[in-house]
Design a protein around this ligand. Sequence first.
Ligand code: ZN
Length: 528
Amino acid sequence: MSVSVEEGLALLKRRLVEINDVRSAGAVLGWDQATHMPIGGAASRARQRATLSRLAHQKATDAELGCLLDTLHSQRQGVLEPDSSLVRVARRDFEKASKVPAGFVERASAHQSQSYAAWTRAREENDFAAMVPYLTKSVELSREYAEFFAPFEHVCDPLINEADEGMTVAEIRRIFSELRPALIDMTREIDDQARLDNSCLKGMFNEDQQIAFGLLVVEKIGYDLSRGRLDKTVHPFSTRFSSGDVRITTRVRTDEISESFFSTLHEAGHALYEQGVSEELDGTSLGRGASAGLHESQARLWENIVGRSYPFWEYWYPVLQNRFPGSYADVSLDGFYAAINRVERSLIRTDADEVTYNLHIMMRFDLELEMLEGRLNVKDLPEAWRARMCEDLGIEPETNREGCLQDVHWYAGHIGGAFQGYTIGNVLGAQFYETALQAHPDIPQQLQRGDYSQLLDWLRTEVHQHGRRYQPNELIVRATGKPLHVAPYLKYLCEKFDALYSLPVSKDRSDQLVTVQSNGALPTTGGG
Ligand code: ZN
C-alpha cells in the first residue's frame, strides 16, 4: 500500500470511527432495551444487536485494516502523539480480535444468551442443578478462549487481560494476599462492637424526589447533563455513545433511600470518566476509559471516598433534610453518617459495605480460578462457596440464590476476568485520592462547601483526558508516582472505620502501613 503517513492516518481514523459507530448503535439498542423497550421487542432486539456485533467484528478484523496498521507501524517514526498511541493501541486491538475466530465468537455469544435466560429462571427458583450444564460449558469455552492467546502463565491471564490489560493472576494474587488478612481482622473487630443503627435509611421515600435529589448532586459534582441523562432500570449501568452522550441509569426502591442515591453516584463516577476523555480521541480506539479497574476506581472514589464521607454530607445533609422533612427532621448528621457507613457481614455482594465488599470479590476470584484450573468441579461450587463464606465472613447462605447464583457474571459471560476489577478499583480509588490530596490538601474543606472542582480537575488531568493512550499500569504510575499498591486503601479504611467503631488494633496497623509505605512498595507475599 503506497500512501503517505497523513493519508494512512486519515484512512485509519475513518475505519475506526465506522467500527465505533456500529458499536455505538448497538449500545443505543442495549440502553433502550434496559430502559424503555416493550417486552415484545425482546426477540427482534436480540437479533438486531447480534447483527451489529457481527458487523463490528467483521470490520474490526478486516485484513485491509491489518495491512494499513502494519504500514503505519513501519512508518511510526514520522507519527506524532496522540496518533502514534492510536496506531499502537489499534494494532493491539486488531491482533487480539483476529486471534479469536468468528465461529467461536458466535458460538460463545449464543451459549451466553441461553445461559443468561436459564439463569434468570434458575435464580428465581433457587435451582443450581439446572445451571450445572451451562456453567460447565462456560468453563470449557473460557478455557478455549484463553488458548487463542497461548502461551500464558495461567489460563485466566488472557481473560483478565481482556478487562484489565497488563494484569495477571500472579499480580492480583499478590495484591489480594495483602488485603485479605487485614480485611478479615477488621471485620472481626467491628463485629465485636455495637452495630451502628441504619434504621433512618428505611421508610417511605417518593421515587421522583429520590431521582431528583440524585440528579441534583451528580450535576453539582460535574456530570454534564447537556451530554448525559439519567433513567430508571433494573440493573444500574452507564453507557457511552460518544463524548457528547454518556448516559447513566439507576434503580429506585421506595422503602429505602440509600440504594438509589449511591448507585446514581457510582454510575456518575463512571460517566465523569467518559465525559472527561479528550474530545479529539472521540470515535477512535483511544476514546474511552482504559480498563475495568480504572473505571471502577472512578466510580468508587465518588461513591465511597467522597459520597460516604463526613465533609460531603456536611454540605448535602441539610438539603436532604429539606427534601425529606418527614424522615430526617429528627436525625442528626452524625446519625445519618453512621447509618450510611454501617458494617455488616452480609450474603449479597452488591449490598456489602466498604470493609466486607472485597472479601466477596476475592472469594469469587479464587473460585473461578479453581474452576478454570479444573480443581473445582462445577457441581461442587455451592459447597465451596459456603465453606469460603464461613471462613472469611463467618456466615453462610441457606440457599444458592443467596450464594453462588446471585451474580450474573458467570452465567452471561466468560468464567474469569469479570470480578478482579472491582477490588482493583477500590484500591486504586484510594491511591488516586491520596495523591490528589497531596496536590490539593484543602479538598476536604471544598467538599464541605459542595465544591468539587479541584478534585475533578485533578482526575480530569491525570486520568480522564488520556482515554486509552497509556496502558493502565503506566497511567497509574504517571498519575501517582507509584504502581498500584494497597497501602493508601488500607490506611483509608483503618482511619475511617477506627473513627466510627474504635478498632483496637487499627492504630498498630496504620503505623505499620506508614513504615511500609516509606520504604516504597509493600512486601511481596507471593501467590496463594
Ligand atoms: Zn461500576
